[in-house]
Design a protein around this ligand. Structure first.
Ligand code: SF4
Length: 323
């Protein structure tokens, strides 16, 4: 498979200013040096608790947020610094599905107008052809074309997320960032939306970055999984490998918390305790050490880098246990 997206040492810090002179006093280190790549057609899951920086990373990749440092390549082209027309050109290929289908659809627009909007912005077709395409897209996501003149409030949460997905694929993107796309939905509807995303991937050859706090959701859709903690990737591996041989104590705790995978409890894995520390002043050394049941003296002194403990496996982990 060809590489479609690559990010190198990406950082996103949000500055904090204090006093009447607005002196720069600290930074919220939401994303703190992440390197990742995705192959065409794959789905990479990005998991971690709320406040770990997953959504910020998604927004940095699509350039809704400016980078503090690092580079982003799409199909080999560095677009970290592109602006205006050139950036808009790339945005046609990279789209985002947002978490809340209630907030992401303009209540004053009909669903037809919502789906046609990106086509209009990018100058695609005329009014009639856009309307035809919007109807086709509605059918594609499992809704009747005859509903095109209805308003978002007339639809359920699952139907609204289908409308969001229709808008997302309107420009025929190559890469889609799905930011918690099912977490606002009823559990009974989640599987339907996940199945739709899977079908569209097969049909349109999409590549997904699937962001979720819920490992059991990610497990259904993703071929590889990256685990994020306090702005950094702490483990990344093929899905099957991760679920049978999770190495990082944080990953072990996340998996131990899933009822159907509570396998690890027998291996001494414990569910997480405590909260994610502040990204303004992350703990020294391994940021997970205040919560880690396996911490050692070195853990609060030095920060572990991602390494490959077993060269025969597609798995990287940042933990002193494997150095
Ligand atoms: Fe735990 Fe140390 Fe590994 Fe961090 S480096 S996860 S504190 S054992």
């Amino acid at each position: 498979m060809d590489e479609i997206l690559k990010i190198e040492a990406v950082k996103k810090y949000f500055p904090i200013y204090k006093g009447i002179f607005r002196k720069h006093s600290a930074d919220v280190k939401a994303v703190d040096g992440i390197t990742l790549s995705l192959k065409k057609g794959e789905t990479l899951g990005l998991v971690g608790e709320s406040g770990c920086g997953k959504s910020t990373l998604g927004r940095v990749i699509i350039r809704l947020y400016e980078l503090t440092a690092g580079k982003i390549f799409f199909q080999g082209h560095d677009f970290s610094l592109l602006k205006g027309k050139e950036l808009r050109g790339i945005r046609r290929d990279i789209q985002m599905i947002f978490q809340d289908p209630y907030a992401s659809l303009d209540p004053r627009m009909t669903i037809g107008q919502i789906i046609m909007e990106p086509m209009k912005v990018h100058g695609i077709g005329n009014k009639e052809s856009r309307m035809e395409l919007a109807k086709e897209l509605l059918e594609e996501v499992g809704l009747k074309a005859s509903l095109i003149n209805r308003y978002p409030h007339e639809f359920s949460g699952g139907q609204r997320q289908r409308i969001s997905i229709a808008r997302t694929i309107a420009l025929k993107p190559k890469f889609v960032i799905a930011d918690e796309p099912v977490s606002a939905l009823d559990v009974s509807i989640q599987a339907q939306v996940l199945n739709l995303m899977q079908d569209l991937q097969d049909k349109l050859g999409l590549t997904y970055l699937f962001i979720s706090h819920d490992l059991s959701v990610v497990e259904h859709l993703c071929g590889r999984i990256a685990v994020m903690y306090l702005g950094k990737i702490v483990e990344i591996a093929d899905r099957d490998l991760l679920f049978i041989n999770m190495l990082h104590p944080y990953t072990q705790s996340l998996i131990a918390a899933i009822p159907q995978f509570g396998i690890g409890k027998g291996k001494g894995m414990k569910a997480l305790s405590g909260e994610v520390p502040s990204p303004i002043k992350p703990p020294r050394g391994c940021a997970f050490h205040p919560r880690c049941p396996k911490k050692m003296a070195v853990c609060s002194e030095k920060t572990p880098e991602l390494t490959v403990p077993d060269k025969s496996k597609n798995q990287q982990v940042a933990c002193w246990l494997y150095e």
